[in-house]
Ligand binder design. Structure first.
Ligand code: ATP
Ligand code: MG
Length: 264
């Protein structure tokens, strides 16, 4: 299979089964370079399964995944990370007893260590390169005020920024964010996403983000993939996808107004 021209990611006929559970099926998507894609769907719809197959945390049962024209289907997550795909998880993956700066240094060092971190003594965590990258990431994600704070003591929003900043340490071209605003108050969500999305734009990173808040999705996504029962039931601009009657009924919970009724 060839990737569609200009697509950084091409997925064809992707399927994942766990015994009798079909967690993903018939997923075919092309993502152009630079696009910000919002992934929506109810609990259990298959969003994380989709992300996990792209990042190598799950092996697809069927289908093909191309990243920058390379077939990455079923490759190990470490190898996929080295090729240029990074991610964050639903729960922040940070070292709680270390400071923001130390966490960033470790992420930068790991990003450049090659196949084996432990074997590679030439990539110390305090190398000039890792240190410079850590400082740049702290500035980019606007968490300089917390540079020397211990991660376990951080406000939730700062912890998220640190987590995503660490995911960006290896200069990925594609980043997958699994519910970046989960656990964040409604008042703080928009500010957090403004910082994250402007940082990723500055680095020209293509983004897929899983999100339950439709206002966040319509504000920050160029395109929306709506998942239901393991498959994509709508794919278009936020307006197109969120106006889709099936999406309204099955995902966003807002039913269509009767034909002819004015939109609020
Ligand atoms: N390791 C697994 N073993 C068995 N079933 C699984 C496994 N991982 C996911 N599933 C099932 O696959 C389906 C999709 O799960 P997934 O975690 O991808 O949903 P999701 O859209 O990310 O949901 P949420 O919004 O709750 O995070 C669910 O029915 C889930 O129970
Ligand atoms: Mg999930």
């Amino acid at each position: 299979m060839n990737a569609t021209q200009g697509a950084i990611l091409s997925v064809r006929d992707l399927e994942k089964t766990f015994g009798s559970v079909v967690a993903a099926r018939d997923i075919s998507v092309d993502v152009p370079v630079g696009q910000t894609v919002g992934v929506i769907g109810a609990n259990g719809a298959g969003k994380t399964t989709f992300v996990n197959m792209i990042t190598g945390h799950l092996t697809p049962s069927k289908g093909v995944i191309l990243f920058e024209d390379k077939d990455i289907t079923g490759k190990a997550s470490r190898e996929i990370t080295r090729l240029g795909i990074s991610r964050s998880f639903q729960v922040a993956q940070i070292f709680p007893s270390l400071t923001v700066f130390e966490n960033m240094c470790i992420a930068a060092a790991i990003a450049h260590c090659g196949p084996s971190f432990l074997d590679n003594v030439t990539t110390p965590v305090r190398s000039p390169r890792a240190t410079a990258e850590a400082e740049a990431a702290i500035e980019l994600f606007q968490i300089g005020n917390y540079r020397n704070a211990v991660a376990s003591q951080l406000p939730q929003g700062v912890r998220k920024l640190l987590d995503i900043g660490m995911a960006v340490a290896g200069a990925p071209r594609l980043l997958l964010l699994d519910e970046p605003t989960s656990g964040i108050s409604i008042e703080e969500k928009f500010g957090l996403m403004e910082v994250v999305m402007s940082a990723l734009k500055k680095r020209n990173i293509t983004v897929l983000f899983v999100e339950h808040d439709m206002e966040i999705v319509s504000r920050f996504a160029d395109r929306v993939l709506a998942f239901y029962d393991g498959t994509v039931i709508a794919d278009g601009t936020p307006h197109e996808a969120l106006d889709n009657p099936r999406v309204q009924e099955l995902i966003s919970g807002i039913r269509l107004k009767p034909a002819g009724a004015a939109h609020a």
